[in-house]
Design a protein around this ligand. Structure first.
Ligand code: MG
Length: 235
């Protein structure tokens, strides 16, 4: 049923139809909590970006990433970027900041995203006093699951995602066993082992359940900053 609903959402979105408020507004608005502080990579982590170079990444369109790297962070520019390495189940730590200068509203304010296996998006958005549909706000599993609470910091402030991802697994019988997302936003639990059923989110680079795939960071046209990105493969 969940699968059918998600597929319907994607079909409606890709065909450009308006969903009205029925699907987007189905979840209640997450309450606001104030987060604490963040941390650094553990000894067994694969560091994907330490603030100095994007050598672990390639551009969505091929070639070197076009993102600007300076002052210990990378700024979204010229297309999304994908890791050269493929990952299955992982623990991911990533830090991001939406633009300090607030422009736009809703989905147009500080939009980016972290796509696991290039297909399942945990939304990056300036959700500080910026309303949008709940399953499209910061730390939502985009169009699948709204966050439990809104733990967003102010525009321009560094924020953390700590995410445990298990990919869905295609079985020999053709059925897909659901994977899962568990997400902490600024140390606050926002996704509690929610199912990943195998249907990709919108604007995904790839689709279909697969054992491994790249991480992708989205260019949604907003100059979001990233730093301190590391993963720990699981299993
Ligand atoms: Mg996005």
């Amino acid at each position: 049923m969940k699968n059918t609903t998600s597929l319907l959402r994607q079909l409606l979105l890709s065909s450009g139809l308006t969903l009205g408020m029925s699907l987007f507004a189905a979840d209640p608005e997450p309450r606001v909590v104030t987060p604490g502080t963040a941390g650094a990579p553990p000894s067994d982590a694969i560091v994907l970006f330490d603030g100095h170079d994007l050598s672990a990444w390639k551009s969505e369109g091929g070639g070197e990433p076009k993102w600007k790297v300076a002052n210990g962070y990378a700024e979204v520019s010229g297309g999304g970027i994908l890791t050269k390495q493929q990952f299955g189940a992982i623990q991911l730590h990533i830090e991001w900041a939406s633009p300090a200068e607030v422009k736009g509203e809703g989905q147009g304010r500080g939009n980016s995203g972290v796509y696991f296996q290039g297909r399942y998006e945990i939304q990056v958005l300036d959700s500080y006093q910026n309303k949008t549909y709940p399953n499209g706000q910061a730390s939502a599993f985009y169009l699948h699951s709204a966050p439990l609470v809104n733990a967003c910091r102010k525009p321009g402030e560094w924020q953390t995602y700590d995410i445990v991802f298990h990919p869905p697994k295609p079985g020999a019988d053709g059925k897909v066993a659901a994977g899962s997302f568990t997400v902490l936003h600024n140390g606050v639990l926002v996704q509690d082992h929610v199912p990943v059923t195998g249907d990709a989110t919108v604007a995904a680079k790839f689709s279909g359940a697969t054992p491994t795939g790249p991480l992708m960071l989205q260019d949604h046209g907003n100059p979001v900053h990233y730093r301190n990105i590391w993963v720990r493969p699981l299993e």
